[in-house]
Design a protein around this ligand. Structure first.
Ligand code: PLP
Length: 283
């Protein structure tokens, strides 16, 4: 089932115009929600970011956030899944190809749900990562459809036998190709501040709350590759990847090469949030 411009239809009833500006220019935005136990995780935070992304690219949403929210609930009723994702994308409109905005045109909304098991092996064992120059634009805080640098980086990471790419702009570590990045040194979590250079991850936001509750200090400050090389632990955060330990970077072990104690504590606290969501009792 697909939510297509306000209606829930079968997949084969969706027709996207070849002149859709999302298709021609990447002129649109998206969100990925996690579903745990049939419930949307951090619904409000994702909706707020969708709204911010729309405003940042001057895209007028065809419905209020409350109405979109209602439609997403209908989609979840039409296609219940236990663990999965809900993807929504909104493009500016279909119009004869021209870079400037057309005078008229309705935004095109597509949303669908897919089952997705939790990444249990990666959560338990951690993953390898490789560092790569961050060649993206200067508005990485907008969740826009333009993901080519992220796509290329992720593929290169996989080709090099790793699971994720850690971006650096010059020497400054920013985030990963599809997740935020954190390093731990002497029990303190370091992460790039939420500026225009990173996506303000919903999971990152949850993580900051959990760290505060756990009494774990977090420093939101840019750090460089030399600092990263000295880290005791590293992990990433993302809607589908949750809190995944990074146990090796560029072929060298992080700390002793196993998920560290700070990462584990945050994973456990995150697990409680996930269970509360699945039980219909979000904290
Ligand atoms: C570049 C980038 N950074 C960070 C994230 C993590 O954001 P969130 O926790 O909201 O999924 C994502 C998620 O897709 C991403 O694509």
């Amino acid at each position: 089932m697909i939510l297509f411009n306000g209606r829930i239809v079968e997949d084969d009833q969706v027709a996207i115009s070849p002149t859709d500006r999302g298709y021609n220019f990447g002129d649109g935005i998206y969100e990925v929600f996690r579903i745990y136990g049939g419930q949307l995780f951090e619904r409000e935070a994702h909706m707020a970011r969708l709204s911010r992304s729309a405003a940042a690219i001057r895209l007028r949403l065809p419905w209020t956030i409350d109405e979109l929210d209602r439609q997403l609930r209908q989609l979840m009723e039409a296609q219940p899944v236990d663990n999965g994702t809900l993807y929504i994308q909104i493009t500016r409109c279909a119009a004869p190809r021209n870079h400037a905005f057309p005078a008229q045109g309705e935004a095109v909304v597509v949303a669908f749900i897919r089952e997705l098991p939790r990444p249990v092996a990666a959560l338990e064992n951690g993953i390898q990562a490789v560092t790569m120059e961050d060649i993206r634009w200067l508005r990485c805080d907008i969740k826009s459809l333009n993901l080519l640098p992220n796509v290329l980086a992720k593929q290169e990471a996989l080709d090099r036998g790793a699971g994720e790419a850690i971006f650096h702009r010059g020497a400054t570590v920013t985030e990963c190709s599809s997740s935020n990045f954190m390093a731990v040194k002497d029990g303190i979590v370091y992460t790039h501040p939420a500026t225009n250079l990173i996506l303000h991850g919903v999971t990152r936001g949850v993580l900051l709350q959990l760290a505060a509750q756990q009494g774990i200090a977090v420093v939101e400050r840019p750090f460089d590759l030399a600092f990263l090389a000295q880290a005791d632990e590293a992990f990433l955060s993302g809607t589908t990847s949750e809190i995944t330990p990074i146990v090796g970077i560029d072929g060298r072990p992080v700390g002793d090469g196993a998920p560290g104690p700070v990462t584990r504590r945050l994973q456990q606290a995150f697990e409680r949030r996930v269970q509360a969501c699945a039980d219909g009792k979000p904290e």
